[in-house]
Design a binder for this molecule. Structure first.
Ligand SMILES: Nc1ncnc2c1ncn2[C@@H]1O[C@H](COP(=O)(O)OP(=O)(O)OP(=O)(O)O)[C@@H](O)[C@H]1O
Length: 296
């Protein structure tokens, strides 16, 4: 990040005077998201219950679960886009649904799954939309916002696409643009619904590297994936959502065992071991593989 970005960032980091005191106090500090006996679902239809979660700064939490288990439902609830059916959901100790929408948008970033609606905005404008929650009402993006947007495009390797319309780029490129938009938002907690889906091998690796860099910079990341090896490579804690219940979050070795993964994906542990090999063959194999993946 350039010096001018740092300076402007520091200026922008000043709490807005119209924010409630409890929100001001948590603007710059690491913030936490906690679920207590949370029940999630759509209307009267319950999807999962009894969920216990602690999301904190500098941590990657990976969520695994079969199709339809409720991962997106959980994420939309954590973001305040769906009301909890019961239980508690606390952002910095305050009920999430009590937070003003605009303040939530400054703290919680979202990279949604796929992209059903593709609008004809340019890639650069899409990334600039990440700045909306940070601007005053009716304010236009300024030089700082544009510089930051370019920086995020470069980080995701798509600066060359900046002026292209979203409707004229590939699904994988759109996915990278959505991640760049979330980076531009500079949230404390970033929720990513299958961030590596539709990406080629190299871009999967770059996104996983980016996620680890964000974690190392103090961001909290919550991500879902259908590729257990991605969770095993980067996550500090893993949770399995299955049959309306959450197992974990906890350490990979305790939660993402061959037996547990085989059960949720309805395969045999042998089939799973054939696919994931030594990743699941005990502590030594896992540690060696994880160290290699992290480049240490
Ligand atoms: N808007 C909705 N209204 C009612 N039910 C819904 C709605 N969206 C999803 N569901 C249902 O809620 C359950 C959980 O869906 P959800 O999309 O959260 O699963 P998921 O784990 O994200 O699945 P996938 O891995 O396939 O994306 C499914 O049974 C689904 O059919």
């Amino acid at each position: 990040m350039t010096d001018s970005l740092h300076t402007a960032q520091a200026q922008r980091g000043q709490p807005q005077s119209h924010e409630p005191a409890w929100a001001q106090a948590s603007t710059a500090a690491a913030i936490t998201l906690q679920a207590r006996q949370l029940v999630i679902g759509h209307g009267k239809r319950m999807v999962a219950r009894g969920l216990e979660l602690d999301i904190g700064a500098g941590q990657i939490t990976a969520l695994l679960g079969p199709n339809g288990a409720g991962k997106t439902t959980l994420f939309r609830t954590l973001l305040g886009l769906l009301p909890p059916l019961a239980g508690q959901l606390l952002l910095d100790g305050k009920e999430l649904m009590q937070w003003p929408r605009r303040l939530l948008a400054q703290r919680l970033g979202y990279v949604p799954q796929g992209q059903a609606n593709v609008f004809a905005y340019t890639v650069l404008d899409t990334v600039l939309m990440g700045r909306v929650a940070r601007l005053g009402p009716l304010a236009q993006p300024g030089a700082y916002d544009r510089e930051l947007a370019w920086h995020c495009l470069e980080q995701m390797g798509i600066a060359a696409l900046a002026e292209r319309s979203q409707s004229e780029i590939s699904g994988g490129e759109r996915q990278l643009a959505l991640i760049a938009r979330a980076l531009a938002q500079q949230p404390a907690i970033l929720v990513m619904d299958e961030p590596t889906a539709s990406l080629d091998f190299g871009n999967q690796q770059r996104v996983l590297d980016q996620i680890q860099q964000l974690r190392d910079a103090g961001m909290a990341i919550v991500m879902s994936t259908h590729q257990p090896e991605h969770a095993l490579a980067v996550a500090d804690q893993i949770a399995l959502l299955h049959d309306g219940r959450l197992l974990g979050p906890g350490p990979a070795q305790a939660i993402a065992t061959a037996e547990n993964l085989a059960r949720i994906y309805r395969v045999t542990p042998e089939q799973l071991r054939r696919r994931l090999g030594f990743l699941l063959e005990g502590r030594d194999g896992f540690d060696a593989w994880a160290a290699q993946s992290r480049g240490s």
